[in-house]
Ligand binder design. Structure first.
Ligand SMILES: Nc1ncnc2c1ncn2[C@@H]1O[C@H](COP(=O)(O)OP(=O)(O)OP(=O)(O)O)[C@@H](O)[C@H]1O
Length: 608
């Protein structure tokens, strides 16, 4: 096993472009959006296609109406006029209904795509401990949260806005190419296609730098949001430091960087807009150029001026329609460059997540089901293991460091043989727990966890207490889900008893019961000592056989600390604790002292 470190990825060196990698990533995302032929999204996509085609048919009919008015008005045909007006009103109502339905289906498709893509990324992100590795140990993927929230949202929105225009284009293009060919021969379609290819090449060149800039802009957008998040989460310490001024300056600096990049993006987009508009307007005279060539080369030499102008008008109509189809596609260039930027950001994240979840599966022993109902407290426990951890000549280093924190540690942690880990700051106490918990791999030797995670197995209380959003009950039973075996009053009694034992009876009054939804952030309203007590209430409720505690009582008095450890012992827990106070020794059989530079000493303690 090697130390997990940031693997050197080619992504860091590559500028995101409109290239093959974009196509590859785009197709991979499409597989998530359209998982099978019978999927909901395919059905919605087909509905959208039908609506868009019907819309085109109706638009064509509406386009013919003005010329028919000339006929009925010229002939003073009142009945014809009434019938035509009725038809026009019906067609216009039909057209606006279809257009609105088109928009509605696009919006539904956007929501459905967003749901599928975000849920897919969530599945990978929350699998095993991928979220930890990605956020803490890898630095090549910036702001995964921004990618899963805003980037996915914008990608799906832009893609859905392109969808209906893009999907009808093969049909309209084929139809009008045929019509254009009928009226102008091969010259019309060939020159229009040539013009479109030229426009595409020019636009693609102009879009290249936009994609890279957009990716950079989204990164800075994520950094800016993160800064605000940092202030929000740390508002109290910041206020103690009177940090408003300095944080104002730093937050503004991030904003400036973001806005500067946005301006650069806009100036790059300016060139693309110039390209698109030039192409649009040049296209409108292209139809006359197409007609002019045979006229000046004498093909229509024998036609009278009237016949010639009729021919010109007919040909121009078909050419303009065909050119219009192409310009609509070219107009999508700005949207496409946005989609390409988001595709790269989401694609990079997806690749990193797949890579990490693949690796974590290789040495993953914890299945999600292990936190399920059948292992909850009060439920018949599976045969518990006598040994929790077995380390053989294990060496540990911090990520991306070759200096060992611990060298050649051989250790067996068995039931009833509690272990206290001490040592100076930075000697690797928490790192050892990270290796025991499977967050880090050892650099040498082997580390085995022989007991399961969870109730009746091993439970970790990290140095920073962790609380989820939700009720007091959800904090206590965490990370079990809502279902628990002794539901109703039996479970309530247990929770109340453990809260009382942890010295938190008053908290129940504050939250007005176990199941009252609170709208506060638990970190803001609980003192550090209360947070540690609540973590212990959780520990008592879950009753693991082995409790791994990382300075879990550092904010409490020695008496409170002893009391909580004593209760834990009475509940039959074996402790693996990191702590500094001599007071703790009496609850442990072994003392592992980390001396720095990889050295360690393992001795027996004098238990009470
Ligand atoms: N994610 C990380 N990336 C790189 N280095 C890290 C990381 N986490 C910890 N370290 C480094 O590893 C060393 C050991 O850290 P560790 O958290 O194990 O210390 P500790 O002994 O628990 O200290 P303390 O008593 O302050 O809690 C420290 O020098 C720390 O800076």
């Amino acid at each position: 096993m090697g130390t997990p470190g940031p693997p050197a990825t080619a992504n860091e060196l590559q500028m995101p472009r409109l290239d093959l990698q974009f196509v590859y990533r785009f197709m991979k995302i499409q597989k998530i959006l359209f998982p099978s032929w019978s999927s909901r999204n395919v059905l919605m996509f087909l509905t959208l296609l039908c609506v868009a085609l019907m819309e085109q048919l109706v638009i064509y009919q509406v386009g013919l109406i003005p010329s028919q008015y000339y006929g009925v008005l010229g002939n003073k045909d009142l009945d014809g006029f009434k019938a035509l007006t009725f038809l026009a009103v019906v067609l216009i109502v039909l057209n606006s209904t279809l257009k609105s339905f088109d928009q509605f289906t696009c919006n539904l498709l956007y929501v459905s795509w967003r749901q599928d893509l975000t849920e897919h990324l969530h599945r990978l992100y929350f699998r095993a401990r991928v979220y930890y590795t990605l956020n803490v140990l890898r630095d090549d993927i910036d702001n995964p949260d921004q990618r899963m929230s805003q980037d996915v949202e914008r990608f799906c929105r832009q893609l859905s806005s392109m969808a209906s225009r893009l999907m009808v284009s093969p049909f309209t293009l084929s139809y009008y190419t045929y019509q254009c060919f009928q009226s102008t021969g091969w010259l019309g379609p060939v020159s229009i296609f040539g013009y479109f290819i030229l426009g595409t090449v020019v636009n693609r060149t102009l879009m290249g730098p936009i994609v890279a800039k957009l990716v950079q802009q989204e990164k800075l957008e994520g950094d800016f949001r993160f800064k605000h998040m940092q202030i929000r989460v740390n508002a109290e310490p910041a206020a103690f430091y009177r940090a408003g001024h300095v944080e104002h300056m730093r937050t503004d600096r991030r904003l400036q960087r973001l806005l500067q990049t946005q301006k650069e993006l806009m100036s790059k987009e300016l060139w693309l807009y110039i390209g698109i508009n030039t192409f649009d307007y040049l296209g409108s005279i292209l139809s006359y150029v197409v007609i002019a060539i045979p006229i000046f080369s004498g093909v229509y030499g024998d036609l009278s001026p009237t016949e010639l102008s009729t021919l010109v008008s007919k040909n121009a109509f078909m050419c303009i329609y065909l050119i219009n189809c192409f310009t609509q596609l070219i107009d999508l260039s700005t949207t496409l460059s946005d989609v390409a930027g988001y595709t790269h950001r989401i694609g990079e994240l997806q690749e990193a997540l797949l890579d990490l979840s693949q690796k974590s599966q290789d040495y993953e022993t914890l299945g999600e089901s292990e936190w399920d109902l059948d292992k909850a407290p009060g439920w018949p426990a599976a045969e518990a293991a006598d040994t929790a951890f077995l380390l053989e000549r294990a060496s540990i280093s911090a990520p991306a460091s070759d200096k060992p924190l611990i060298k050649d540690l051989t250790l067996k942690i068995c039931e009833g043989q509690s272990l206290l880990i001490t040592g100076n700051t930075g000697t690797g106490k928490t790192s050892l727990l990270r290796v025991l918990g499977g967050l880090w791999a050892s650099t040498k030797g082997s580390v085995q966890m022989l007991a399961d995670f969870g109730p009746h197995g091993v439970l970790f209380l990290p140095q920073k207490p962790f609380f989820t959003d939700g009720t007091l009950r959800e904090q206590v039973i965490y990370p079990l889900k809502e279902i628990y075996p002794d539901s109703g009053s039996t479970d309530d009694e247990r929770i109340m008893r453990f809260l009382e034992l942890a010295g938190l009876s008053s908290l129940v009054a504050r939250t007005e019961g176990l199941d009252q939804q609170v709208d506060w952030n638990w970190y803001d309203v609980l003192s550090p000592g209360e947070m540690q007590r609540l973590s212990f209430a959780r520990l008592f409720y879950l009753q693991p056989k082995y409790a791994v505690l990382d300075e879990a009582t550092s904010a409490l008095t020695e008496e409170a600390e002893s009391e909580l450890y004593r209760l834990g012992q009475q509940l039959g827990m074996t402790f693996i604790s990191v702590g500094h106070r001599a007071n703790l020794e009496k609850f442990h059989s072994w003392l592992l002292k980390l001396c720095g530079g990889g050295r360690w000493e393992l001795t027996r303690t004098k238990m009470e």
